[in-house]
Write a protein of this length. Sequence first.
Length: 525
Amino acid sequence: MITPEIKQALVGYFANMQKPVTLVLQTGEHGKRTEQFDFLSSIGSISDNVLFTERDVGLRSPISFLLEVDSQPTGIVFSGIPGGHEFNSLILAILHASGSVMKLDAGIVNLVKQVSKQLKFETFISLSCHNCPDVVQALNQFALLNPNISSEMLDGGLFPKLIAKHDIQGVPTVYLNGKMFANGKIDAAQLFDKLIEFEPEITQLANQPSLPLQDVTVIGGGPAGTAAAIYSARKGLKVTMIAERLGGQVKDTMGIENLISVPKTTGPELASALQTHINEYDITVKEHLRVTHVEQGNVKKIALTSGELISSRTLIVATGARWRELGVPGEKENIGNGVAYCPHCDGPFFKGRDVAVIGGGNSGIEAALDLAGIVHSVTVFEFLPQLKADQVLVDQAIARDNITIITNVATKQILAKDDKVVGVEYEDRATGKIQKEELAGVFIQIGLVPNSQIVGDIVKTKPWGEIVINEKCETSAPGIYACGDVTTVPYKQIVIAMGEGAKASLAAFEYLLTHKPEVDNATTI
């Protein structure tokens, strides 16, 4: 399971551990226990800093194990074999438990340490889910920061009774103290928001550090935001990037074949490369945080969910876009119970069943092709008379026996029974006839909505939310620039977003050249 190449890499990682970490496997009998034993033994054999033992520690299953440091539990538990995307979650948990520095914003660290209530998180995941590790890793770090917090990862494929009991149809699904906390497409920033909602007084208790006046503050960590931050840093400016997650929407894209000079990559790989590039420069990165308010002026004031307030001479908005919702009855009510937006994450839960994809663009047809190899059948519903996807994708879909395409139809509602999706009601737009299709799941792929709300009352936007910019990425507000998918720039493509981010940075630099600093500690240009 662990290749020689991976073992060699782990030798280097484990050599720098500050304290030994013990992996303690729960005793008992289970069909997968031998595999789990061998897996943990192989990790424990790599370094003297990682120990492996068996003991009755009261965990839920004989395939559950916890991490100990100095004979004390860390609060981190893995129920299942953390392979696939979750392998990194285990390795990071070991390193962080040993004392390695967490790449977590200081503001978040301060807030998490203030939590006084007992919080027991249980995260149901799928090993094929590329979004799940972000959640698992964030909660593991919370557990290491505060003894009142514990975090357990559960592989849904190994706990079918629990999946059925909770009626889970999407991952990640997070329970807190036995009650639903979050589910569906969530990330660390949303978890942090919910943590504040659960115990709002922590924002008043934390003593948040303050930054000096920034020259450029970039909101957004996708291709556009990364390019803007790097170009600004290369000018020697004081730069802060605020990102709910580095990589942005790119992390949800599995196949990327049109990024010039890179014949083929994936969203997670590109997001990792973006972060590596950011780390080469003196950029203050505030990840997993959201902007709650922006105040315009010669010096812009940017308020964060952590309670911090950043002052900046210029602002670049690169907040991208989010999945567009259908807005029909039965959609929001059934997210995580049959309604999904990520076929890569939630597709495995519908193995051998019938599902629908709403949307006939590239993302919709790609989703249908991805699901076709897992589910029994896929029905694609497209509002227009013709599909909007590239012909090469359409040809592949038509060639699949288990993909049916229905065009010129309007989805009217998503039908559910006993909190489970059972079908879709749609209208034939040519005849007006209402029809129903029995389905177990619905994957919505109808495009994106610009994330422009935070500056919607400051800059001019289109009725649908795109920020209006000129050829230099200037908005209607002096000193505020915008780039990427959140703007009116045509063609929402990664390569275009990168170029727009660079352009916005250069335009902001020109602005700084002609506008005097408001306070003494601003960078002199």
